[in-house]
Every structure is written in C-alpha cells, then in structure tokens.
Ligand binder design. Structure first.
Ligand SMILES: *[C@@H]1O[C@H](CO)[C@@H](O)[C@H](O)[C@H]1NC(C)=O
Ligand SMILES: *[C@@H]1O[C@H](CO)[C@@H](O)[C@H](O)[C@H]1NC(C)=O
Ligand SMILES: *[C@@H]1O[C@H](CO)[C@@H](O)[C@H](O)[C@H]1NC(C)=O
Ligand SMILES: *[C@@H]1O[C@H](CO)[C@@H](O)[C@H](O)[C@H]1NC(C)=O
Length: 440
C-alpha cells in the first residue's frame, strides 16, 4: 500500500515535470531575446542603436551638406530617447562642445524637433541645413571644420549620354583629354576627334555596336563639340564628361620633368581617369583605356586583348621568371612606340623595375603574354569586375605609404597593378609585335 502510494506520487511528479518541460519548450523561444532573459549589455544596445541610426542614414554625396548634417545628427542624438548608452553619448558630448543643447538657437531647436518628428532614418541629405550661428559664442569665432569644407570649390562634372542599345554595350572605351588640341599629331598635322574615331574603327577589332565610348574633357567648348559629334554614332552607347578640376593645369613644358611637377600632373591624371571610369561604367564587361594621342595600333589589338583575357597563354621562356602564383588576367597592356623609340612606355616594368617591358618582349611571341608589375596607360585593358570591386588609379605614391607620409612608388598607372594583385589579379603584356603608336 505504502509502496503503491509512493509509486503513484512518483508517476504524478514525473508527469508534472514532463508537462512543465513541454510547456517550457513550447513557450520559450529557442533563442530567447536578450531583453526577456538577460539585461542587454552596453555592447548589444550600441549595436542595435547603430543599426537603426547609422547604417541607413549616410547616402549623401555632397561633403559640405554631409558635414553640416553630421552636426545636425549629433545634435539630435542628444535629445534622442533611444540614444546609445554609456560611452557613445559621452564621446559625442565631450568631444564636440558645439552640440550642447543650451547653445542652440530657437531655429535650430525647431529643426531638431522636426528631425525627431520624421524619425532618425531619413537620408541626411534631405535634412534642412542649420542656419549659421551668430558670431557671439567662442565656438563660432574659432575656425571650424564645417566652414573649411563648405568653402572647398568642388569640380564641376557634366555628363552627356547618347544610347542606341544599352544591352549591347560590352566594351567600354575610355579616353581622357584636355581639349580638342590633345588628339596627337599625324604627319605633323593635328589629329581631330573624328579621325580618332576612324582610328578606333580601323584598328580596335571590336564591332562598333558592342562599343560603349566615353570621353572626358576639361573644357566647355570641347565638351560641346564632342556631344554634337556623337549626336549620331554607330556605338551601343556614347558618353561625354566635362570635368573641371580646381588645381591649375599644365604650367608649361619647361617644368614637365621635375619630380614635383610629375607628381602633381600624375595625381591630376589619376583622378581624371577615375572620374571617367567610375562615371561611365555601367554593365560593360571589359574596359579599354586609350591615351588620346595614340595615333596607330596593330589591327585587331583590342580583340587580341579580349582573347588573352578569356584564354590566357603565358610565355614559358626560361628567360622570364614567372611569379610564384600565376594570377588570372586583370590588366593587359601592349608595347608603345613613337617615331624614334621602339618601346616608349617606361611605366611598364617587372621585378620592381629591374626589368622593363623591352627586356621581356623578346621572350614572348605574338600568341603569348609576359608578366608585369606595373603598366603604362597608352592602351590598357582592364577586367571591369575589378573596377566594380574598387580598383582605381592611385592618386598618391601608394607603395610603401604609411599613415603620415606617401610611399616611394605606385602613382597612377604604376600603382594599379599593385592594387589589382591585392584583389587576386595580375598584369600582363602582349608579346610579339603587338603595339600602339604614340604621337611624337
Ligand atoms: C540590342 O542588343 C542586344 C544584345 O546584343 C540584341 O540582342 C538586340 O537585338 C539589340 N537591339 C536592337 C534594337 O538592336
Ligand atoms: C569602319 O570600318 C569599316 C571597315 O572596317 C568601314 O567599312 C566603315 O566605313 C568604317 N566606319 C567608319 C565610321 O569609319
Ligand atoms: C635565355 O635563356 C637561355 C637559357 O637559359 C640562355 O642560354 C640565353 O642566353 C638567354 N638569353 C638572353 C638574351 O638572356
Ligand atoms: C599559345 O602559344 C603557343 C606559342 O607559344 C601557340 O602555339 C598556341 O597555339 C597558343 N595557344 C593559344 C590557345 O593561343
């Protein structure tokens, strides 16, 4: 009897425990939210605060607007109910005295209230600008970063597009020019933009309907003329960019070869190349960068680059030491000659400048390529995927640069292979007699 009672109660206790367990499984989520079971740590709260406040609110392009909006944002953060706990708020208020609410004018407070009414996730560029503070507080008399940024004269970029068939645009041809007198000379006569187009048609080996052409110029009159010259064209698409940098242009041939002049000039060229490339590229798979004063080339040279890009054939000559890892083709260049020089382009080299392109050329035939660590820009093939990943022409000496100083090498075309390698792609040169001809 005693034993039967005790076994009945054991069964009851076990059933009760079972029901409890089932209830627990059903009603308590597998990954309980931290707020239900554990108090959120500062880290958790900061993380979610960032998600709702930061990640969705930074699409602005105009840096002057952005800078002001940052101040606006910081100011509203002070009033925000859900402001981040612990050190984020402290950090803002201790490092930026200008955000002190007591110093806000009535107008600023109205702006602030308006922002709160509209929520924090609106793009910062849509927020109204704060009026300038009156010159009465110590903060407004001291020069602030905001005013410096606002005074920067941003270059103008004007962009014209003429599309015949966007989905056929496969080969993006890019050319940076200064003005209409920079298309080189043929037999002592200045070449014109229309004759550059004829040259492309005759030598690139690319079908016109697959070409997407984009020209950058720095003068308004050239811009107008290129736009009208391309009002009808046989290409998939044609684009003209007017880009007016604020740095003074070429100061005359006398200075051209001084090191500092070269650095300034190459920085300008690198930036212009990037502006054109990033503005023009949409869905094209391949990019061909031409120097505007390339006046002739081996017929079919672009088609040969495409062939090597999709089915690379690398020299096995014992005279060329290949890199330890053969990287897939990212960029390809070709020998550049001018009237008097067989290989004009001194920016194409290998083995940290120990070997120039002309040292390697004899060991690769026309069906082969040889490795390079640096390229020039006379004609440059670039796999467009790399540009989508962020590849660009460095505008400073990127190789060996540290936080406080520039490096010793790798500006403009000379740095692009260095960057491509970090993305896992290599640079190559066309062997044999493939070449372009540079105007003298
Ligand atoms: C546009 O290009 C695509 C891809 O090459 C082609 O299939 C299509 O027929 C072209 N459309 C016209 C109107 O030419
Ligand atoms: C392009 O070249 C072809 C021959 O390859 C020629 O028939 C055509 O007229 C040229 N077009 C232009 C615009 O020069
Ligand atoms: C190329 O390599 C071969 C074999 O190593 C050697 O005999 C020849 O001298 C080299 N040629 C040049 C031009 O360096
Ligand atoms: C690669 O180059 C060799 C010559 O060195 C040539 O015989 C061969 O046909 C080439 N292969 C391709 C796919 O072009």
């Amino acid at each position: 009897m005693v034993s039967s009672t005790s076994s009945t109660s054991t069964v009851r206790i076990l059933s009760f425990l079972l029901i409890l367990a089932i209830t627990y499984i059903i009603f308590v989520p597998a990954h309980p939210t931290k707020t239900t079971l554990l108090p959120p740590t500062d880290h958790d709260r900061q993380a979610s605060w960032y998600e709702t406040h930061i990640s969705t609110s930074k699409p602005a392009k105009d840096t002057s607007v952005d800078a002001e909006s940052d101040i606006v944002q910081k100011e509203t953060e002070q009033q925000d109910d859900s402001q981040p706990p612990s050190d984020i708020g402290d950090h803002i208020s201790s490092n930026n005295e200008a955000v002190d609410d007591d110093q806000l004018t009535e107008e600023e407070k109205a702006v602030q209230a308006d922002h709160q009414a509209h929520g924090q996730n609106e793009p910062t560029r849509d927020r109204p600008k704060l009026p300038g503070k009156p010159d009465t507080t110590k903060h407004s008399t001291a020069p602030s970063h905001t005013s410096i940024i606002t005074e920067l004269d941003l270059p103008e970029i004007r962009h014209h597009t003429q599309t015949n068939n966007a989905s056929a645009a496969e080969h993006l041809i890019l050319v940076v020019t200064h003005d209409e007198s920079h298309w080189g000379h043929v037999d002592g006569t200045p070449r014109t933009f229309p004759s550059f187009l004829e040259f492309l048609n005759d030598t690139s080996g690319l079908p016109a309907p697959s070409i997407s052409l984009a020209i950058l110029t720095t003068t308004e009159s050239a811009y107008g003329h290129y736009v009208s010259a391309l009002s009808t064209h046989p290409y998939a698409k044609a684009q003209v960019l007017l880009y007016t940098p604020t740095i003074p242009e070429d100061e005359g041939p006398a200075d051209r070869h001084t090191a500092s002049f070269q650095a300034i000039r190459r920085k300008q060229i690198a930036v212009a190349r990037n502006v054109l490339m990033f503005t023009a590229l949409t869905t094209e798979a391949h990019i061909f960068y031409f120097d505007s004063d390339v006046i002739d080339a081996s017929p079919g040279i672009c088609a040969q680059m495409l062939k090597q890009a999709s089915d690379p054939n690398i020299t096995m000559s014992p005279n060329i030491t290949l890199p330890e890892t053969i990287l897939p083709v990212g960029l390809i260049t070709a020998r550049a000659q001018d009237g008097g020089t067989y290989d004009y382009d001194l920016n194409a080299w290998y083995k940290q400048r120990e070997q120039h392109m002309h040292d390697l050329l004899p060991f690769a035939n026309s069906e082969e390529m040889f490795p390079l660590q640096s390229v020039g820009g006379t004609l440059l093939y670039i796999n467009a995927v790399l540009v989508r990943q962020g590849l660009s022409f460095p505008w400073w000496y990127v190789v060996g640069s540290t936080w406080d100083k520039e490096g010793g090498d790798g500006i403009e075309t000379e740095g692009i292979c260095y960057m491509a390698e970090k993305l896992g792609y290599g640079c190559w040169g066309l062997g044999g007699d493939w070449h372009v001809v540079h105007s003298q």
